[in-house]
Design a protein around this ligand. Structure first.
Ligand SMILES: Nc1ncnc2c1ncn2[C@@H]1O[C@H](COP(=O)(O)OP(=O)(O)OP(=O)(O)O)[C@@H](O)[C@H]1O
Length: 299
């Protein structure tokens, strides 16, 4: 069942930037990954879904309720993890969580205490509960962000670029935490990190220049590229020539030379070998094919 329905959203900022250009999307329970490069419009969409920003036109429904006319319906069911909280007060993690629980309407004191303690345990912050959030590391702040987003058993969880700036260990811990949230709620994860979607999300979409250009299951989207992704290790000079004649989807510098991936129906030259396509190939070939607005094919 599709619980979150996004219907023809348009958003242009006063400076003329069209951040969302007719975005429609339907999302059911489980983790959904929204991938897009910087400036694609992900945060604008997340803010509209979190009722922090008004679209110029279009509608958002959650469980059949229009959140434009009934924002409280969503707010009471929402857990929002923004890109950055901005300010971190000097009070302890437990106190801050308790305070946020009150704001979320958890009025029963015993209930609140129990939820705060359970969430601190779940996010592995219980030992640090008396420490001020302002002294937390980036990873601890993100885990605290998840703890506050989970207060009040939300039905829709929105996480906006939650792993940007985390080291690999903290990213893994964060992934484990997100995947524990379960299949019974809608989790929308916005990111420009392909691995986040690969590791966590059974469904995904790609947003570029305010338009949705791709949607599906990562495995199915990857499968579509089978037999068309070619790899070769080349020098810098050879790369420039390849780029002018081929559909280069990604380059990676390894030990002084460059590993290049090309999308092609035929072997580009005898040095290339076919490789198993990955989600990065899907993402980069989508970006490549949609770089210019004239080339863009919204879905
Ligand atoms: N308040 C604003 N006023 C004017 N333009 C804005 C505003 N917020 C965002 N934009 C512009 O709208 C476009 C979409 O921005 P948005 O932050 O939604 O994208 P994003 O995909 O989240 O990017 P990032 O990963 O860099 O945060 C960008 O061109 C951005 O510069």
């Amino acid at each position: 069942m599709q619980r979150l329905k996004i219907d023809h959203l348009l958003k242009t900022y006063p400076n003329g930037v069209k951040a969302l250009d007719n975005v429609s999307l339907q999302i059911g329970n489980g983790m959904f990954g929204l991938l897009g490069p910087n400036g694609a419009g992900k945060s604008s969409l997340m803010k509209i879904l979190a009722t922090l920003l008004q679209p110029d036109s279009g509608n958002v429904f959650f469980d059949e309720t229009d959140i434009g006319t009934n924002p409280h319906f969503l707010r009471s069911r929402l857990g929002y993890l923004p890109q950055d909280f901005g300010v971190y007060p000097r009070i302890s993690a437990a106190e801050l969580l308790e305070h946020l629980a009150v704001l979320k309407g958890i009025t029963n004191r015993a209930d609140r205490k129990q939820q705060v303690a359970a969430l601190l345990q779940q996010t592995n912050l219980y030992e640090n509960r008396k420490q001020a959030v302002s002294t937390f590391s980036g990873g601890m702040r993100q885990r605290f962000g998840i703890a506050q987003a989970l207060l009040g058993n939300p039905q829709l969880i929105i996480a906006d670029e939650p792993t940007a700036g985390l080291d690999p260990l903290e990213r893994n811990r964060f992934h484990d935490l997100l995947s524990e949230i379960g299949e019974q709620v809608v989790v929308l994860l916005s990111t420009h990190i392909v691995e986040d979607v690969h590791d966590l999300c059974p469904e995904m979409a790609v947003l570029i220049g305010g338009q949705l250009v791709l949607k599906g299951k990562p495995s199915a989207l990857t499968e579509k590229l089978r037999g068309r992704v070619w790899q070769k290790t080349v020098s810098k000079d050879a790369l420039a020539v390849l780029k002018s004649n081929n559909h280069v989807i990604s380059t990676r510098f390894i030990g002084g030379s460059t590993q290049v991936h090309i999308l092609s129906d035929v072997q580009p030259d005898s040095g290339f070998r076919l490789v198993e396509p990955g989600l990065e190939d899907v993402y980069f070939s989508t970006i490549f094919g949609n770089q210019r607005p004239g080339n863009r094919q919204a879905i």
